[in-house]
Write a protein that binds this ligand. Structure first.
Ligand code: SIN
Length: 483
């Protein structure tokens, strides 16, 4: 086993016990192809056991005070923060992102634990002015119950804590199925939660290669009252359908196709910096990465040249090597998809301005690229690229930009760059998305609501809205009060 992987568990966590199995699956370092560990390949029966455990733990956990739950969550935050360096190394080893980005993700992931520890204390109900003299109306907030979560590989810690922390703060218990590519980060963070004092059954981690079987159990078990999923729109739709029979509450963080709009009146330096931050973070493997860079005619050539210059400075290599800005993609399928999208664009008339090929660093490394003269009929602007390729589309008027930006079934994030406040506000209001960055390429943090509209999903994570997802509102009518 790899040295850093040895520091943390490689067994699943059910009812407070580390669970092993004769059936396991390997976890690879995408930078080297080395097998770094293997973890239990659990199935439907184990998923049921985990739900049993979460269900048994629910009455005690949900009746603790928010302050008592917060004390455990804060200890968890402290332990995760203290382990930043080893968690970051583990993350880079199993996911591939540069070490600096992994350190930032550990801090980002921990921030959800700290924020929701406090926010759980503010699950306020309301008193509503009465309409009948003998009655009083009150609402209270209660935990929704057992939660199941299915999390992705691109942010192997933050996408877990963004779901687990609000669920636990609200008084719910939870079963998590982490991505098969990155189970080690999930298990490491769960171990620290156990060390912090999370009681058995409150947080369970089911590792598996058989996502459909485990996902089906999560969706169909009536004791699970909420499913939270981050992943593709295609899988999200399957889970949505499977949850219909038990009428579960759902949070779905699905695919995106973010437009990044650069107007003629943008500050060029700011627009390039924003595009770099949004496009090349995690080698382009985020749901909110700029997927279509729409550039107004007057600034197009200047922007393209400045972007190419900035992109050519990015160093490609294994994430553990100092100075690396672009690590490997997660799999050969991811590389094949990026290659196919670039080739389709070139066939239809786009021009590769830089990159456009694999990098010498290894089979999963793609050179950070810029493709110009992209048009709306090309797959590269219709599908999520999930790789380090910027696709530049030229437009003429503000109305054209809004039309192009909204011409997609997705609606997660958008970015716009303009020094004209009126235009920035007007366009931000017209974009059919859940989140807009104005003169800013990075907007995620623990205190704001993250989520999309249209086929990008349902619900919000983070901020006050993120806690609400794990609460039910109960209305109580108090009668018999003398007028
Ligand atoms: C994602 O790619 O799904 C998450 C990105 C973020 O939290 O900023």
């Amino acid at each position: 086993m790899n040295m850093i992987a040895k520091k943390f568990p490689n067994a699943a966590l059910i009812d407070g016990e580390w669970v092993t199995s004769n059936k396991t699956f390997p976890v690879y370092d995408p930078a080297t192809g080395e097998e770094i560990a293997s973890v239990p390949d659990l199935g439907a029966k184990d998923a049921l056991r985990a739900i049993d455990a979460a269900n048994s733990a629910l009455p005690t956990w949900s009746t603790k005070t928010a302050k008592e739950r917060a004390a455990i969550l804060k200890r968890w935050f402290d332990l995760v923060t203290a382990e930043t360096e080893s968690l970051a190394q583990l993350m880079t080893t199993e996911q591939g992102k540069p070490l600096a980005e992994s350190r930032a993700e550990v801090a980002y992931g921990a921030s959800f634990i700290e924020w929701f520890a406090e926010e759980g204390k503010r699950a306020y109900g309301r008193t509503i002015p009465t309409t009948v003299a003998s009655k009083r109306y009150i609402t209270i907030k209660q935990p929704i119950g057992v939660v199941a979560a299915i999390t992705p590989w691109n942010f192997p810690i933050a996408m877990i804590t963004r779901k687990v922390a609000p669920a636990l703060a609200a008084g719910c218990t939870i079963v998590v199925k982490p991505a098969a590519e990155t189970p080690l980060c999930a298990l490491a963070v769960a171990k620290l939660g156990k060390d912090a004092g999370l009681p058995p059954g409150v947080l369970n981690i089911v590792t598996t290669k058989d996502a459909p079987a485990v996902g089906k159990v999560f969706c169909e078990d009536p004791r699970v009252r909420k499913l939270s999923f981050t992943g593709s729109t295609e899988v999200g739709k399957i889970l949505y359908r499977q949850c219909a029979d038990t009428v579960k509450k759902l949070t779905l963080e699905l695919g995106g196709n973010a437009p990044l709009v650069v107007f003629d009146d943008a500050d060029l330096e700011q627009a390039v910096a924003g595009a770099m931050a949004s496009k090349y973070r995690n080698a382009g493997q985020t749901c909110v990465c700029a997927n279509r860079i729409l550039v107004q005619s007057g600034i197009y050539d200047g922007f393209a040249a400045a972007l190419v210059k900035a992109v050519n400075k990015l160093t490609v290599g294994p994430g553990l090597e100092p100075g690396t800005a672009i690590g490997p993609l997660i799999s050969s399928e991811a590389i094949a998809k990026v290659e196919a999208l670039v080739s389709d664009a070139v066939k239809k008339g786009a021009k590769v301005l830089t990159g456009g090929t694999l990098d010498n660093a290894g089979p999963l490394f793609y050179r950070p690229s810029v493709v110009g003269d992209v048009t709306a009929d090309m797959s590269i602007v219709q599908e999520e690229i999930f790789g380090p390729v910027a696709a530049l589309v030229r437009f003429d008027t503000e109305a054209d930009a809004v039309k192009l930006a909204n011409d997609t079934p997705f609606g997660l994030a958008a970015y716009l760059f303009s020094q004209n406040l009126g235009r920035a506000w007007r366009v931000a209001e017209k974009l059919d998305v859940g989140m807009v960055g104005v003169n800013e390429g990075i907007f995620s943090n623990e205190v704001v609501p993250f989520g999309g509209v249209k086929e990008s999903g349902l619900g919000r994570e983070g901020g006050a809205e993120g806690l609400e997802e794990y609460l039910e509102t109960k209305y109580i009518c108090l009668g018999g009060i003398d007028a």
